[in-house]
Design a protein around this ligand. Structure first.
Ligand code: DON
Length: 529
């Protein structure tokens, strides 16, 4: 089964499985198909993370996160007075990190793939040529973002028209790029004609990325964060994603409380989860960054003793104030728009992949000659300590900009075992709300006995330390409950976003059949056989 943001991508992935390919072949096929069918977030010009669990129980993760260009510098988004220049890290060429997605797909395929790249790329190229039927959501987004595209791009883009549901959009330039990649492999993107066209395009638009930046890019295998919660073993993404560590911190802080007894989205459950989130995000902002550049006290941050102490001042009577919470004290021993897809194959291998351009259509800069958008991932760095990025996240030195450093992420592709067997593959987009959306989906199944689809669809809330408020999906929570929370001192924000996360997951049922959960908040679709 493949669950992704678009039916075309889920179908291409599932067809690869039917052909005898494994979850890793389907990972590359679905990821590349999303670059065609879902340019909002699917990408060649972005990056991401994959967590896997093979049928024999082996686990691992791949980091194909973007990197800061060699000529990037700590204060590159500040003016002479030291203030952050609006839009500089989000819009246009200076916002672009060195893309990792093509390296990621090829690395996964090289290590674990069964089918030849030709079998994986041909259906994707065929889709780009035949075109994609535009959904209602997609037509609205193309129409909404055109003014931003016009602000950033010098050329006239293929997106410039009024879109309606059922229109077809064809991507001939992208098809040609993919054909060259099929012919010449990943070097085509990082060292070949495509790379040269890309670098010239970025530089003509005032960007920093050089041929050397592209040539030096490598995806990296990393050891996942693992921890237990009741009879579950959670396997999630390590830094440079904050996802695994924050998820571990929150789940271990809430484990002593009987959430099942309190009930789903009840006052007490929301309090416990919010307070754990508040404390974990305070640590995130101080301690986490690219492990290749900063020492991260990962073990200490997720240790039982530390986390027990962290919740010691929590009381059901009254909200803790974020102004009273700072990062905890652990010893640092020397020695940070997105889309998620989940796949479980017929052999028992599972992958969980989150990939992103960061904002909607990334930097909005679209290379017409190559047929794809470039990310604005540089905004995931902390441009200035204490100044929030586009997700309101505050960072410190650990996530400051340095050449070749990876920006801290919240992406949380996660796989779960129950009693030693594969149980779930889950993840979501949503910036800073990714971690808490993954958390709630796991809890919905484990604590509140929901099906995979119910778990994905249930209303969500989120707290990230600062701003000190519980973000709630509008029109989803009882007025009474909101007043009770306010009485205890919680600030409630139902206006920030119409949805929180767009979770795609797969659960292995007790008879070993698979149940897909495709979030009703988007066009997400599960395809299985
Ligand atoms: O890596 C991160 O945490 C962000 N760049 C993710 C962006 C995202 O999820 C946007 N989608 N809603």
């Amino acid at each position: 089964m493949v669950v992704s943001a678009r039916v075309e991508a889920s179908q291409i992935g599932a067809d690869i499985l039917k052909k005898g390919g494994n979850a890793f072949d389907a990972m590359a096929a679905t990821g590349l198909a999303l670059a065609v069918a879902y340019p909002f977030a699917g990408n060649l010009g972005g990056g991401g993370f994959m967590v896997y669990r093979q049928s024999n129980g082996d686990i691992g993760s791949l980091d194909f996160r973007e990197k800061a260009p060699l000529s990037a510098s700590k204060n590159m988004y500040l003016d002479e007075q030291g203030n952050v220049i609006p839009d500089k890290s989000t819009l246009g060429s200076l916002a672009i990190g060195v893309p990792g997605s093509v390296a990621g797909m090829f690395e996964v395929h090289k290590k674990f793939g069964k089918l030849p790249m030709k079998d994986i790329l041909e259906p994707v190229i065929a889709l780009a040529k035949k075109g994609v039927v535009v959904t209602k959501n997609q037509a609205e987004r193309f129409n909404y973002y055109q003014s931003k595209f016009r602000l950033v791009n010098k050329d006239s883009l293929l997106f410039y028209k009024v879109w309606k549901e059922q229109d077809t959009i064809k991507y001939p330039a992208l098809a040609k790029t993919l054909e060259r990649i099929l012919k010449n492999g990943e070097d085509e993107f990082y060292k070949g004609e495509t790379g040269k066209i890309l670098v010239k395009f970025i530089q003509d638009n005032g960007g920093l990325i050089t041929e050397e930046d592209l040539a030096k890019y490598k995806a990296k295998w990393r050891t996942p964060i693992t921890f237990n919660y009741d009879d579950l073993k959670i396997i999630s993404m390590p830094p440079p994603s904050s996802g695994g560590i924050c998820l571990a911190q929150i789940m271990k802080m809430i484990e002593p409380y009987d959430l099942h007894e309190y009930g789903h989205n009840s006052l007490k459950s929301i309090q416990v989860i919010t307070e754990a989130e508040r404390r974990a995000y305070a640590d995130r902002s101080y301690y986490l960054g690219d492990p290749d550049f900063v020492s991260i006290p990962g073990k200490a941050l997720i240790s039982d003793a530390y986390l027990k102490g962290r919740m010691a001042d929590f009381s059901f009577d009254k909200a803790t104030l974020s102004s009273d919470v700072t990062h905890g004290n652990v010893e640092v021993v020397e020695s940070n728009e997105t889309t998620h897809y989940s796949i479980i194959d017929q052999f028992g291998n599972a992958v969980s992949v989150t990939t992103t351009l960061n904002g909607a259509y990334g930097s909005k800069l679209y290379c017409s000659e190559l047929g794809f958008f470039l990310n604005n991932e540089m905004d995931d760095f902390s441009s200035k300590p204490g100044v929030p990025n586009m997700f309101g996240l505050i960072g410190a030195e650990a996530n400051s900009i340095q050449p070749e450093k990876r920006m801290l992420s919240s992406m949380t592709p996660t796989i779960i075992e129950k009693n030693g067997s594969l149980f779930m593959s889950v993840g979501t987009p949503g910036g800073s709300t990714i971690i808490t959306s993954v958390l709630q989906t796991i809890l919905n199944v484990h604590e509140y006995n929901m099906t995979m689809q119910e778990a994905v669809d249930a209303p969500r809330f989120h707290h990230q330390w600062l701003p000190d408020e519980i973000e709630m999906e509008p029109h989803s929570f009882d007025e009474n409950l909101i007043h009770q929370l306010q009485d205890k001192g919680y600030n409630i924000n139902e206006k920030n976003s119409p949805v929180i996360g767009k979770v795609d997951g797969i659960m292995v049922l007790s008879d070993k059949t698979l149940e897909g959960g495709a979030d009703h908040r988007g066009d997400d679709t599960a395809v299985g056989f």
